[in-house]
Each structure stands twice: as C-alpha cells, then as structure tokens.
Design a binder for this molecule. Structure first.
Ligand code: SAM
Length: 162
C-alpha cells in the first residue's frame, strides 16, 4: 500500500465513522473535537449536526479561515490543561460524542499521549456517550465497540461509555 493509499483509507474511515456517530449518538449532549488541525473534521461535524454545541480543543490554531468555531467554542491551549478545565466548568458526563485526532508520526509519543489522555476523556463522556479516536485508548468505564461500526480493524477506534 502506498502512503497515498494509506492516507485515503484513514480519511475514509474517519469520515465514515463521523457519519456513523451522527446516526448513533444520543439526541442530547455536547460534542468535543480534540485537535482542530485545518478544520476538516470540525467542518464535517458541524455539517452533520446542526444545532449541536461543538467545543474544539487546539493548542496552535491554524485552520482554514472558514473552519473556525464561533466565539467561546475554541479552547486554545494544551488539551492536558484545557480538557480538565472544561470538565471542571461543565461537569462530568456532559458529552454525547468526543472525536480525538491529535496523533503525530511518532508511535511511542502517540502511545504516551493516549495513556495520559484516556482518564481525561473518560470523565466528560455521558453514559452511552461515544468516543472516536485515531488510536486506542484505555478507558475502563467504556466498551470498545470498534468492531460493530464496520470500520476496518485497527484503523480507527470507537468506545461507548457504560
Ligand atoms: N482532525 C483535524 C482535521 O480534520 O483537520 C486534524 C487534526 S491534526 C492531525 C492534529 C491537531 O492536534 C493539530 O492541529 C495539533 O496542533 C493538535 N494538537 C496536538 N497535540 C495537542 C495538544 N496536546 N493539545 C491541543 N492540541 C493538540
């Protein structure tokens, strides 16, 4: 598989899963987008879920100008600081969907990010809330339901809070 093939597969899985989440998520609850990047997945989420409150976490905003969240919905800073602050402000169990896409090309760094981020992601998820991630997370209160979504194994990961 070429790197182009690989990129297309990853983006296809990402889009398919966001579409799947829009059909399966609870009718109420916040949406958290972790990693704005150039705003592609944020743009897709807001298109899929008009009227939902979508909060975005990004340490270095540099998105396409059309893909910025409205005032108050972009939380700038290191997610290891902004996400706990968000949970302290809104309380635990408020998010119907969290999408995480903050990986780099460094597998070991990615593993460490996932290990540190897992407990911070678990707290804001509401019961039945979905977490979609670009890597595996270790969240004891959540079931790994990746296999039920139709996404090719190992490409993207989906968890449901018990
Ligand atoms: N999903 C986005 C899209 O479709 O355009 C791409 C996200 S990009 C792969 C990852 C983003 O995560 C980058 O913009 C990076 O700055 C951000 N990021 C990485 N580590 C972060 C951290 N610790 N806190 C906040 N943002 C972070």
């Amino acid at each position: 598989m070429t790197r182009l093939d690989s990129a297309i597969r990853r983006l296809t899985a990402q889009r398919d899963l966001l579409n799947w989440a829009a059909r399966h998520m609870a009718p109420t609850g916040l949406v958290l987008e972790v990693g704005l990047g150039n705003g592609r997945t944020y743009d897709h989420l807001r298109d899929l879920m008009p009227g939902r409150s979508i909060y975005v976490f990004e340490r270095s905003p540099a998105a396409h100008p059309d893909c910025y969240p409205p005032d108050g919905y972009l939380l700038v800073g290191d997610v290891f600081e902004t996400l706990p602050a968000f949970t302290a402000r809104f309380g635990q169990g408020t998010a119907a969907l969290i999408h995480v896409d903050i990986g780099t090309g460094d597998d070991e760094a990615n593993r460490q990010i996932a290990r540190r981020l897992s407990p911070l992601l678990e707290r804001p998820l509401q019961p039945g809330g979905l977490l979609i991630g670009d890597r595996p997370f270790n969240m004891p209160s959540c079931r790994d339901i990746s296999a039920k979504t139709g996404v090719p194994e190992g490409r993207y990961y989906v968890y449901c809070r018990e």
